[in-house]
Ligand binder design. Structure first.
Ligand SMILES: [Zn+2]
Length: 277
């Protein structure tokens, strides 16, 4: 298992992160990088978020460029509002294009999308929060969840696995999961309230979740570990959980980072779409 950045558009030098464990013949997926787009600073340049103050025409052009390089049709993409909640929506051909051109038209109050519709690209946007990808190669279904600290402490990854079981008959032991680039335990210092909630939600796992890398500094949290724990509890096999282990704050020359860029920045996109059977 590995995660690597690949140049998918040699004309505009667009890069995309890919997990080697996700079979390309079943689904196309990617985590977009910062370069190769048309947005101006502070969103320069491949900003995929329509809700962060960037020129919508630039974002739509970026989405078109990135999805085209993945072989996908950006006019068909489905994207949710993302409110740091735990709502999961199953989408299909009826929802094609929801949120593609207008943020107000995206799937409301939702932080995870799942589908078994071939060719329907799912898009979620991130800047330090954790993109979580799901692929059931047996029942041919995919999903993406938004794991910020709030979604993670509410177990959105585990809840998405459960929902895929209900909707598609997904068996956890057959599911492939991936934890994308996001703020790492190296850079993610949290306050006492967040620490308390994670201790309560994941009792007995303090050693995996928390660290104190700076002598004088506070507690650092690993969202990667908290999401891996949920997958293991849900019955996903450890060898089926791929992790980018790539910190967006440390690597903010490659990825947008809310913390490293001082709050005003673009959004990377996590995209997945099933190929036709
Ligand atoms: Zn870092």
């Amino acid at each position: 298992m590995s995660f690597s950045l690949i140049e998918i558009d040699p004309v505009y030098h667009v890069y995309s992160g890919q997990f080697s464990s996700f079979p390309e013949e079943i689904a196309v997926h990617g985590l977009s990088c910062r370069r190769g787009g048309v947005s101006e600073a502070p969103w320069a340049s491949l900003d995929l978020g329509l809700h962060v103050g960037d020129d919508p025409a630039a974002v739509i052009a970026n989405r078109r460029r990135y999805l085209a390089a993945l072989g996908l049709d950006a006019s068909q993409l489905v994207t949710p509002e993302q409110v740091h909640g735990e709502a999961i929506a199953r989408v299909g051909s009826r929802e094609a294009g929801r949120g593609a051109l207008l943020y107000a038209d995206s799937i409301a109050q939702t932080d995870a999308l799942i589908t078994d519709e071939p060719g329907l690209p799912l898009l979620l946007c991130f800047a330090d929060c954790t993109p979580i990808l799901f692929l059931d190669p047996v029942h041919r279904a995919v999903g993406i969840a938004h794991g910020g600290w709030k979604g993670t402490v509410r177990r959105i990854a585990a809840k998405t696995v459960l929902r895929m079981q209900q909707e598609f008959g997904t068996r956890p032991e057959e599911l492939l999961a991936a934890i994308g680039p996001s703020i790492g335990p190296c850079c993610y210092e949290v306050g006492p309230e967040v620490e308390r909630q994670f201790k309560e939600a994941f009792p007995g796992h303090e050693a995996e979740l928390f660290s104190h890398p700076d002598e004088e500094g506070g507690t650092h949290l690993s969202l990667w570990a908290a999401n891996r724990l949920q997958f293991e509890e849900a019955g996903v096999l450890p060898e089926h959980i791929d992790e980018a282990r790539c910190c967006t704050a440390c690597h903010h020359e490659d990825f947008f980072s809310y913390r490293a860029d001082g709050g005003r920045t673009g959004r990377l996109g996590a995209v997945i779409a099933l190929r036709p059977a």
